[in-house]
Design a binder for this molecule. Structure first.
Ligand SMILES: Cc1cc2nc3c(=O)[nH]c(=O)nc-3n(C[C@H](O)[C@H](O)[C@H](O)COP(=O)(O)OP(=O)(O)OC[C@H]3O[C@@H](n4cnc5c(N)ncnc54)[C@H](O)[C@@H]3O)c2cc1C
Length: 305
């Protein structure tokens, strides 16, 4: 099956992709959006901080659903199916979704975000190694659990705080000598006396039968140690979600798409918005801003064709 009556294919249902759809529709573009969860990765955010206008914050899930509903009200078409491939055939972008359906359009906006990095080496066979405290934290409630969060960025701090409400103790395991989070997040950690930070501690492996039971670490002086835990949450960075992109576009050394200020990539008609592109601030606000700018740039591009 092939559908080709669209102006723009938008990949991703996170803040960037949905905002591109809202602005695209309002600019009179026929948009189709591929994705999975309404709101994208913000389902992981217990309380969205730093978004102007929400004094007390808002749950990521609630915010994502509102964004999604707004785009639907504007008439955007959501497939809620992931894309397997995005290709370019001469001047036309062709998207193949996971159900084998084809869609084509003269422009595409890649807003596919990024995926959490795993530890180097083969993935352990053990259960209990997670990426989302909001989703997987509740299973440790009332279990007197000790949980480890591996990482030292803002997201790691948010995971630790979320888990501190269900766990007996949370260990924040930081490989370097300094936390990479901002002052607000450092202060947030300090308010929870069941969170302990272990700096200069590197994870070297896991042990357990079915579930992870032991976190193997190396401390600053190189000494190996074993820490008993009931669960581990990884927050050790990201890689851009470009696996479905079968077009050669310029990327930086970490694989993030390089764009100009109108969010054009090196490929005519291909724009990138949100966390998938190289930029200085990876937040919901900047993802929404990118989505709006990309939609405007698509409309200008089409007007020139
Ligand atoms: C734990 C945590 C806490 C955070 N806290 C905050 C905060 O308090 N404030 C803040 O401003 N920011 C916060 N952030 C950052 C913020 O969530 C991101 O910057 C923002 O969600 C980026 O939006 P995006 O649309 O670019 O990408 P995403 O939200 O990642 O959305 C991309 C979407 O594209 C989908 N996708 C990927 N590949 C495909 C494919 N092949 N086909 C279809 N769809 C695909 C993904 O599944 C996803 O749904 C936090 C992040 C985390 C992880």
């Amino acid at each position: 099956m092939e559908e080709n009556d669209y102006d723009v294919l938008i990949v991703g249902t996170g803040p960037a992709g949905i905002t591109a759809a809202i602005y695209g529709q309002r600019l009179g573009l026929r948009t189709v959006v591929f994705g999975d969860l309404p709101g994208g990765i913000i389902y992981m955010i217990e309380n969205l901080a730093n978004f102007p206008g929400f004094l007390e914050g808002i749950s990521g899930t609630e915010f994502g659903v509102k964004l999604f509903q707004q785009a639907q009200m504007e008439g955007a078409m959501f497939t809620m199916v992931r894309l397997d491939r995005l290709e370019k055939d001469h001047v036309t972008f062709v998207a193949t979704d996971a159900n084998g359906h084809y869609y084509s359009a003269p422009c595409a906006v890649l807003a596919s975000g990024r995926v959490p990095r795993t530890m180097p080496g083969p993935p352990p066979e053990l259960k209990g190694i997670n990426f989302c405290s909001v989703c997987d934290g509740p299973m440790f409630r009332d279990k007197n659990a000790t949980l480890a969060v591996v990482g030292s960025n803002n997201a790691a701090a948010q995971h630790a705080v979320t888990l501190s409400r269900v766990a007996h103790k949370v260990l924040l395991i930081c490989r370097g000598q300094n936390l990479k989070m901002d002052v607000t997040h450092k202060n947030l950690l300090a308010k929870h006396n069941n969170i302990e930070t272990l700096i200069g501690t590197e994870v070297t492996g896991y042990e357990g039968l079915d579930m992870v039971e032991i976190l193997c670490v190396k401390t600053g002086d190189g000494k190996p140690d074993k820490i008993p835990v009931e669960g581990v949450f990884l927050s050790i960075g990201w890689t851009p979600g470009t696996q479905m992109l079968k077009i050669e576009a310029d990327k930086n050394h970490e694989g993030y798409l390089i764009t100009d200020e109108r969010l054009k990539t090196s490929v005519p008609g291909l724009f990138a918005a949100g966390d998938v592109r190289e930029k200085s601030l990876y937040q919901v606000l900047t993802a929404c801003s990118d989505g709006a700018i990309a939609a405007k740039a698509v409309s200008e591009y089409l007007a020139r064709q």
